[in-house]
Design a protein around this ligand. Structure first.
Ligand code: UGA
Length: 437
């Protein structure tokens, strides 16, 4: 029989998506959270996470009787065949992942797990965690499996139901196969391996993506200084199938709840086993520097200084399609601007409250009003369709700094604005190239 009884512990991005999607595949899923109010909202079909398709899947699952919400892990595991751990693993001291939540769930449920059930780590956890959880469980009859998620915020439901691959790792092959079978209907390539390798896949993939982005941001900076156009350069690179077109978009640096945390964690793990992962350190340093380069560009656009300047920020979330502000490069840039004395007004379609030091307004025009410089920090599609002549009338200055190369420069120019992108040679140093080199 395909349908399984599944418990999902934790109803954050990963847990709620996992629970709702597994229910949509036909399994019976009980999701647990310690937050009573959240469980009540979910029971009423209310999803506060901005994630396309998720609320609909939650409601469908509940209506079909395949998805339930309960308070506390112990209420969920009683008759579960598979228990997914989807609790937060925040960055702890020194950059290593903090496993307190995982440990507390294990302590709570270890004696309640049915004989022969399986515990699955879905959260991103350090290499060796499956073994550590197994040690805490002290249940020889309950294997611990690593099954990392590869969901992107903003497309989590789509990514879950259309995965590039499923990775399942366990030192007991049969348990790995049973977990892989939960996803059989998706028809995705499946990698069955040991637990440590599955855990490593997740870090190696996220750190590679971070490295790719830092590389492209560095190439963009060089393009700018050399008068080349990074958009054409990345297009030319991306046709090489070994490189690929995706994750080549320069920006204000990478952020979010995953890449910053995972790069730090792998760096820590490497150091703990005596390996100096200088490539990864450089990836992180380049990202920090990228924010400073963006601030320098905004400073220049604002006339050489930021003190007392009004800056209108378009976009605050770490990327479009989410209301997540965790480790958002937009906020990091905002903080640097504020430290230099700029006055910040911001608009983001997903944010309706002030965030540290930024007065958040309800539309892009209000953010642009009286701004000495308008800055695009998040690539929300709606920013492309703004009325630029109205923005030109409202803003005090005429330069728009587009840190995502998201807008159509010609559209802005037609309305009397000056567009400054990233890596597209606005400084026009190309003219002096012969002298520079
Ligand atoms: C990332 C990975 O992409 C997922 O595969 C992984 O499952 C997830 O982390 C996780 O570990 O759970 P996510 O953090 O949602 O997903 O966001 P991404 O789409 O990877 O974007 C990360 C950052 O890179 C954002 O700040 C984004 O704006 C930036 N980015 C991305 C660019 O600057 N340029 C690009 O071309 C792509």
């Amino acid at each position: 029989m395909f349908a399984r009884r599944i418990a999902v512990i934790g109803t954050g991005y990963v847990g709620l998506t996992t629970g709702a999607c597994l229910a949509s595949l036909g399994h019976h899923v009980v999701c647990a959270d310690v937050d009573v109010a959240k469980v009540q909202r979910l029971r009423a079909g209310q999803v506060t996470i901005l994630e396309p398709g998720l609320a609909e899947l939650v409601q469908e699952g509940q209506a079909g009787g395949r998805l339930e919400f309960v308070v506390g892990a112990s209420a969920a595991v009683g008759d579960a065949e598979v228990v997914f751990l989807c609790v937060p693993t925040p960055m702890g001291q020194g950059g290593a992942a903090d496993l307190a939540a995982v440990e507390s769930v294990i302590a709570e449920v270890r004696t309640m797990l049915p004989v022969g059930s399986i515990v699955v780590n879905k959260s991103t956890v350090p290499v060796g965690t499956a073994a550590r959880v197994s040690g805490l469980l002290k249940r020889k009859d309950v294997p611990v499996v690593s099954n990392p998620e590869f969901l992107r915020e903003g497309t989590a439901v789509h990514d879950f139901l259309n995965p590039d691959r499923i990775v399942v790792g366990c030192d007991i092959q049969d348990a790995a196969e049973r977990v892989a079978a939960l996803y059989a209907r998706l028809g995705a390539p499946t990698v069955l391996t040991d637990a440590a390798s599955a855990e490593m896949v997740k870090y190696a993939a996220n750190c590679f993506l971070a490295m790719k982005l830092s590389y492209v941001n560095a190439v963009a900076e060089l393009c700018e200084r050399l008068g080349a156009d990074v958009a054409d350069v990345t297009e030319g690179m991306g046709y090489d199938r070994r490189i690929g077109q995706s994750f080549l978009q320069p920006g204000p640096g990478w952020g979010g709840s995953c890449l910053p945390k995972d790069t730090q964690a792998l760096l820590q793990v490497a150091a703990a086993v005596g390996y100096d992962f200088s490539l990864l350190q450089a990836t992180i340093d380049t990202n920090t520097h990228q924010r400073q380069l963006i601030v320098a560009k905004i400073r220049e656009a604002a006339g050489g200084r930021l003190r007392g300047r009004r800056i209108g920020l378009l976009g605050l979330a770490f990327k479009a399609g989410t209301n997540d502000l965790r480790d958002s490069p937009a906020l990091a840039v905002a903080e640097l601007l504020r430290a230099e004395g700029a006055e910040l007004t911001g608009y983001d379609p997903g944010i309706d409250r002030d965030v540290d030091g930024v007065r958040v307004v309800s539309d892009a025009y209000e953010a642009a009003k009286d701004a000495d410089t308008v800055v695009v920090l998040t690539e929300w599609p709606e920013f492309r369709g703004l009325d630029w002549s109205r923005i030109n009338e409202l803003a005090a200055g005429s330069v728009v700094v587009d840190t995502r190369n998201h807008l159509d420069p010609d559209a802005l120019r037609r309305h009397g604005l000056t567009w400054w992108g990233v890596g597209r040679g606005h400084l026009d140093l190309g003219q002096d190239l012969a002298a520079v080199i």
